[in-house]
Design a protein around this ligand. Sequence first.
Ligand code: ME8
Length: 518
Amino acid sequence: MPNKTPFYITTAISYPNGKPHIGHAYELIATDAMARFQRLDGKDVFFLTGTDEHGQKMQQTARNEGISPEELAERNTEQFREMGKLLNASNDDFIRTTEPRHHQASKDIWNRMSAAGDIYKDTYAGWYSVRDEAYYAEDETQLRDGTRYGPQGTPVEWVEESSYFFKLSEYGDKLLKHYEDHPDFIGPAERRNEVISFVKSGLRDLSVSRTTFDWGIKVPDDPAHVMYVWVDALTNYLTATGYLDDPNGPRAKYWPADAHIIGKDIIRFHAVYWPAFLMSAGLPLPKRVYAHGFVLAKGGEKMSKSLGNVLDPFELIGHFGLDAIRYYLLREISFGQDGTCSEDAIGTRINADLANGIGNLASRSLSMIVKNCDAKIPAPGELTDADRQMLASVDALLPICRDDMEKQLVHRALAAIIAVVSETDRYFAAQAPWVLKKTDPARMETVLYVAAEVVRQIAILLQPFMPDSSSKLLDLVAAPAGSRDFAALGEVGRLTPGTVLEAPSPVFPRYVAPQPAA
Ligand code: ME8
């Protein structure tokens, strides 16, 4: 058995300063789909998510609530774990930056950067956004109605304190060369361009420690300083692999990561600071950083409590079901762009693609088999051009999906799969097996065989996106447990005639919006 190729994928680690929101759920679902896809495709996957528990934002929120930052982190991290379970996230580890393994790794990376001569002590005086946990140059800020805001629209405050600096200014050319030599390092293209122009505009040294609060990881040999939260946060990706501890350890093979999946607001940290830290520390760089867009409310509005348009992932799933929500978010929003999420749009999408689409195809074709073929997969006769074309379309899906998933174009992979469902609907309607039943039963059996075989392959391919429903679909075609990964796609895994089927139960019920009370 050849060794499987390692594949390491991460989400951002979330600030547990509040409950998880739909943006967190979106990122976890999308990354989960990518991780599951690679697993089914035979890779040795390590999928990491977790929480980013230090920093001023955590400390301030805790103070406002009258509790300690530890208590705040503990309480909300539990909710992030719960959300992961609810979303059926298949992460292999959940990292918390307050864990001892992470303190050690952060100190190690600091010491490496320091030994490289890239850290010096000075005083920081400039603008800081607590909400973004980010330093901004004066020209990136704007004064409005007496308050100064950073580029993401969050308020900034003037900070002056003793601080260690990282010599980021020395990494501009090296970073630009890296982007040029590795054109796939940053995606999508808009983000890559944004990062390149930011780096070209000139990098200033980065303040990497704070002295005006203490909720963080202490700087080695100078306990009056805590590390800037982003130094510690970014290091989480390395911590979980144990690479710094032992480059030959059991998980060290996963570094460098294949993909960091993050939101567009934190691209600068991942595509500028993180590779610069790693270059300084003499460590390999991740292969790709991909920034998704934001989930917005109906009409493209930002979700906010004051507008009353915030969608809660827990409530949405309670209402529509998990796989419907996973499907909607992954299919409707082009991964990399902003997209909207509203209850009407979810209902329309899931009815069209799931209930009327794959659900209907499976139930129509399989119930005809149960009724007319003695509940056994029929043996196909000689195939017509239409049958061959139909099977060729479904057999061709894997390379298409692979290519899209490699580029994080999750919505495109799904669109390709659903297009084959529509093609099968047309095939089914044109072949009219319910007519053949009377005129040419052998031909009916061939058509039903082809349709059931399409359902089998579509169900295998949909597993990364809708794990539970796909597994129900695979049960309906009695796909053997050991033949549900991508190795079973195509001709090698064709349905075996004579396999007994149960009467199909609906996998994707039609969504009916609740009627307002009269
Ligand atoms: O940024 N739509 O944490 P975070 C889509 N701790 N994605 C969204 C979103 C929305 N409406 N709102 C937020 C942090 N996100 C840091 C990360 S990584 C070393 C440290 C995304 O809790 C956001 O872009 O503010 C980020 O990728 C993730 O949710 C966590 O955001």
